[in-house]
Design a protein around this ligand. Structure first.
Ligand code: FES
Ligand SMILES: [Fe+2]
Length: 327
């Protein structure tokens, strides 16, 4: 990674560093490899095929007649027709153009009028169905790591309404690594305990402190309460928040870029005890919305100060995370 010095040397050095041309952090069109939430499980049914934009790329998703969800390339392996106009049949996904069909592994299973079944196949992504959603690995042919799970004792799940933030997923997911914004943006006092990197896919930030004294926190009785959390990012579209205080919970954030490169966010809360649900929700609610308008305005510079040490480390780490280029 390189930095470029812009002109205007009268400014302090940290103010004149800018992201170099080859730096990918939060760059429009950059999609990092990882597990991405593609659709709600219940949205895949019948013979319909859904197109899903992933940044500048696109995949199609459908459920076969055996109930198995699939995510594949959106272009037919014959002549490139749009498979979202196709249909699910007994022979698999059928292209609307010449009727070629593709089975559960992406291989061509039928080609009307062709003398022998062509040895063509669709790019077929690994799929996991979890928590009411269909996830797909977007990257190398085989997943580099399994879709992470939540702790076995966290059996109570609540899924929050989806959010759309007009910012790149790198920007949205960096929030849990940006220690210095917690006080000005959220009224939270915090210090870092540890940062752990497992290149190129996983980075964790363990921190603790005291929640704000905002009124909305009094609903859960956790105003000014001590807290402790570890945010761990797994690949490009997934961050888990493992909260141990004031209420034990795991928060899963999935972040999938849309066609404009902006973020579609789904948040799930997992708890061992249902009676803690109000406090858990209160904690998420007290921080989730404060800084969205600010995130939507960031044009990243490299003006990090010493208070931004964890964030700077995060940015460097994520910029090295492999990108997904469809096809
Ligand atoms: S382009 Fe799909 S069957 Fe011909
Ligand atoms: Fe924040």
């Amino acid at each position: 990674m390189e930095f470029v010095m812009l002109s205007g040397a009268k400014h302090p050095a940290h103010e004149i560093l800018r992201v170099a041309q080859d730096d990918s952090f939060a760059e429009p069109g950059c999609v990092r490899q990882g597990w991405y939430r593609i659709a709600r499980s219940r949205a895949l049914r019948g013979s319909k095929v859904r197109a899903v934009a992933i940044g500048p790329h696109r995949v199609v998703a459908y459920r076969d007649f055996n109930g198995q969800a699939h995510v594949t390339d959106d272009r037919c392996a014959h002549l490139g027709a749009d498979l979202s106009r196709g249909a699910v049949t007994n022979d698999g996904l059928r292209c609307a153009f010449h009727g070629w069909c593709f089975g559960a592994d992406g291989a061509c299973t039928a080609a009307p009028g062709v003398s022998a079944i062509p040895k063509r196949r669709l790019l077929h992504h690994a799929v996991e169905e979890r928590w009411g959603f269909v996830f797909a690995w977007l990257g190398s042919a085989l997943p580099a790591f399994p879709l992470p799970g939540v702790p076995a004792e966290a059996t109570v799940q609540m899924t929050l309404p989806p959010q759309r933030v007009r910012a790149h997923p790198d920007t949205v997911l960096s929030n849990g690594f940006d220690l210095a914004h917690l006080w000005p943006s959220h009224g939270i006092e915090a210090t870092t305990i540890d940062v752990e990197e497992k290149p190129p896919w996983e980075i964790s930030h363990h921190f603790e402190g005291r929640l704000s004294n905002r009124l909305r926190l009094s609903i859960g009785g956790i105003r000014r309460a001590p807290f402790e959390v570890t945010f761990t990012q797994y690949g490009g579209g997934l961050v888990f928040g493992y909260v141990t205080r004031p209420v034990e919970q795991t928060i899963v954030f999935t972040c999938t870029p849309d066609a404009e490169g902006h973020s579609r966010i789904h948040t799930m809360i997992f708890l061992p005890r249902r009676r803690d649900l109000v406090r858990a929700l209160c904690l998420v609610w007290s921080t989730a919305l404060d800084d969205i308008p600010l995130m939507e305005t960031i044009a990243w510079t490299r003006g990090f100060s010493d208070a931004d040490a964890v964030l700077e480390r995060y940015v460097r780490f994520v910029a090295e995370m492999p990108q997904w280029r469809n096809g």
